[in-house]
Design a protein around this ligand. Sequence first.
Ligand SMILES: Cc1cc2nc3c(=O)[nH]c(=O)nc-3n(C[C@H](O)[C@H](O)[C@H](O)COP(=O)(O)OP(=O)(O)OC[C@H]3O[C@@H](n4cnc5c(N)ncnc54)[C@H](O)[C@@H]3O)c2cc1C
Length: 416
Amino acid sequence: MSQSFVIIGDGIAGSSAAETLREEAPDADITVITDEGEALYNRILIKEFAKGKLPEAPISIHQEGWYEERDIDLELNTLVTNIDTEAHELETHDDEVIGYDKLLVATGGTPSQLPVDNSDADGINHFWTFQDARAIKQNVESCEHGVIVGAGLLGIDLAAICGAQDVEAHYLMRGDCWWRYALSEQGAEIMHQAMRERGVTPVFQSGVDHFETDDDGHVTAAVDPDGERYEAEWAGVAIGLDFNTEVLQDTPIELKDDGSVITDEYMQTSVDDVYAAGDLTWFYDSILGEHGQNGSWGSAKEQGSIAGEVMANGPEATEPFRWVSSYSITHFDFPFLSFGHPTIGDDEVEQKFSDTEWRRLALKDGKIVGGVLIGDLAPQSAYKKLMREERVVGDQKDVLMEESVDLDKLAPAQEQ
Ligand SMILES: Cc1cc2nc3c(=O)[nH]c(=O)nc-3n(C[C@H](O)[C@H](O)[C@H](O)COP(=O)(O)OP(=O)(O)OC[C@H]3O[C@@H](n4cnc5c(N)ncnc54)[C@H](O)[C@@H]3O)c2cc1C
């Protein structure tokens, strides 16, 4: 009898797993279940659509018929509401029971709500799905003043959308700079200046105490904890993700406190025949030598492929997940890239080269674990190589911070 593989989530992790499974197990039954109403699309590009720079068509990834051609059963608009790992079954919102031999959970996350009054008012958007992007585009196009909350990689997308749509916006941040866990004030100032040039004003030591609305329940302003009022007919909120793992809460699958799913480097969970991949994993990072989290497209895709291989062939026949992730931003005249885990570590080094060129590396036990590059991305391959090789280089920061990084100038690895 053929094996049956069920995948929850048709994001890049779930879809890559389905593709790999079909290659590795030509006769298996493969079902992909998603609560979204459309098949996999390029989540990275939906911000360009919201900016008004890209039509809808290039954002879809698979041609119509992709799933049918591969004999993959895609169930759209279907929410998985219960999983019974003992019985190897799951249940959907319309009480359908689906059995599986092996299950992949690739359900990603949902943007966190701001826990303040009126945070669900009309004209306030979070950003995760193509549907969100359509709503954001429509709302931003028809407004003059905006507010953005959330000083991270998704918040800056919202700021860039305002900039592209000529909306005057205030970007409210809790600390003294944008993405303060990965950038110093010096590096972040390059980003602040780029925002200002597009009509987005960063506001530091701020945040939202509550939103004001008109009689129709539409947002009119954000008020910060000091009582400062920022007029806005639109607000974008990107303060983090809640992992979509409620459905796992009553199962024996081991979760971290924040709800992410604990896996090993083969994307195996603590329960036999259940795997997890993508944004929601707290995976064993074999480069770091400890567990870590990563919310990026490339990482989710690779984890999905590995999960697919392991589900089909077992871990013995599969290379473990060993990946240096990258996340780039192209909103400004200069490029920006973060890689690895730039917000962790016990040491760091940074250097400014010009008004639009800056770099920072995060190190742990003398090894590079992540970094941020602004302006010149050329050194990324050298840094990523050192990270993959787990080379101890913390005592040679001067070489690492040379404008053009020459790995031959580093002391040979065996002498360290
Ligand atoms: C606006 C935006 C811009 C981004 N830009 C970049 C970028 O420039 N570079 C980069 O590397 N990364 C970027 N990312 C992050 C990247 O898109 C994610 O890391 C990646 O898409 C995660 O994929 P995933 O498959 O793990 O999860 P998701 O893509 O979130 O897919 C999970 C799917 O599961 C579905 N689901 C959840 N619960 C259930 C359930 N119970 N039943 C059925 N279905 C369910 C969800 O609706 C969703 O379709 C961006 C993300 C966003 C939102």
